[in-house]
Design a protein around this ligand. Structure first.
Ligand code: ASN
Ligand code: ZN
Ligand code: CA
Length: 326
């Protein structure tokens, strides 16, 4: 079908026909469903369905638009994990999850829940637009991936790594999808104007640009909110991908410092994302902390590229750049 999204322009969406009714059930992606909570805060909601295979009109005032964005985010994330990492669905079993949109009234957040194996989106309030952008959807769906793989505990340093995993792989999804209206960037939530002044929710080149996130590791970082203790890992991913210093990517300018003042030479985001994904799924455990993330990503880099490789050295240098040392 056709989705007329709010953030990503017109897109092709997976759907299913039952009799004369079209359903927003993506048969090509494990029957992932997109449901309408219609302002409720409980229950599974009702599947989006109708007489045609066109979803939304690009405006938030149309009830189907949030569904189009959420369905698009889920399918782009599914495709990224399948095409790039050979993983079919969150559990790797080919089975889709579901999304719920129009959660509550004036709700300015989105979330993943293990209990329903589903993700949920609020409509925003005031300046904050619906929380259904591609990066937010990929972030939430990646919480599902973390839940069934490393199972990083959502507090302390492991919680920061859990959050960073969702940001890192959301950026990877956005770059991979390369949507003309939402090209890849190292920003999270740049489309939803959650702050009301046009700034994104988080920055990966220098996480402290948001006024709260940490750029580098320090003893005690485990006591800050997981959405800010994610900073050093997001910063590590930026440094590993693009290297330190000033750079413009897809028209967005970044300037990434290092904690040790030494330069980092990037290896490109595809290799950086592969290292993070493999570390998440084969090395990290529920209690992995920053030191363990360093060990795990170095082990993966050694397996993929060898311990004498430029990639291995870049992982060492990027961790040193966020004050995670040997
Ligand atoms: N949107 C938030 C997140 O995914 C919800 C939460 O705080 N868990 O991180
Ligand atoms: Zn999160
Ligand atoms: Ca983004």
């Amino acid at each position: 079908g056709t989705g007329n999204t709010q953030y990503s322009g017109p897109v092709t969406l997976g759907s299913t026909k039952s009799g004369s009714t079209w359903n927003l059930t993506d048969a090509g992606r494990g029957n992932h469903r997109t449901n309408n909570l219609n302002r409720s805060t409980s229950g599974t909601g009702t599947l989006f369905s109708g007489p045609d295979d066109v979803w939304g009109n690009g405006l938030a005032s149309n009830t189907e638009t949030a569904a189009a964005d959420a369905a698009y985010g889920a399918q782009a994330t599914w495709d990224y994990y399948k095409d790039v990492h050979g993983r079919s669905g969150i559990r790797g079993d080919g089975v889709g999850a579901y999304s719920r949109v129009h959660y509550g009234n004036n709700y300015v957040n989105a979330f993943w829940q293990d209990s329903c194996f589903c993700m949920t989106y609020g409509d925003g309030a005031g300046n904050a637009k619906p929380l259904t952008s591609l990066d937010v959807a990929a972030h939430e769906m990646t919480h599902g991936l973390t839940s069934v793989t490393a199972k990083l505990v959502y507090s302390g340093e492991s919680g920061g790594l859990n959050e960073a995993t969702s940001d890192i792989l959301a950026a990877a999804v956005e770059f991979h999808e390369n949507n003309a209206a939402d090209k890849g960037d190292y920003l999270i939530g740049e489309k939803i104007d959650i702050n009301g002044n046009g700034t994104p929710l988080r920055y990966m080149d220098k996480p402290s640009r948001d006024g709260k996130s940490k750029d580098s590791w320090y003893s005690g970082i485990g006591s800050v909110d997981v959405h800010y203790s994610s900073g050093p890992a997001n910063h590590f991913f930026y440094l590993l991908s693009e290297g330190s210093g000033a750079k413009t990517v897809n028209g967005v300018s970044y300037d990434s410092p290092t904690a040790d003042g030494l330069p980092v030479t990037g290896i490109g985001r595809d290799k950086a994302a592969l290292i993070w994904f493999k570390a998440l799924t084969t090395k990290f455990t529920s209690t992995t902390n920053y030191a363990g993330a360093r060990t795990g990503t170095l082990a993966v880099a050694g397996e993929l590229y060898g311990t004498s490789s430029a990639e291995y050295k870049a992982v060492q240098d990027a961790w040193a750049g966020v004050a995670v040392g040997a």
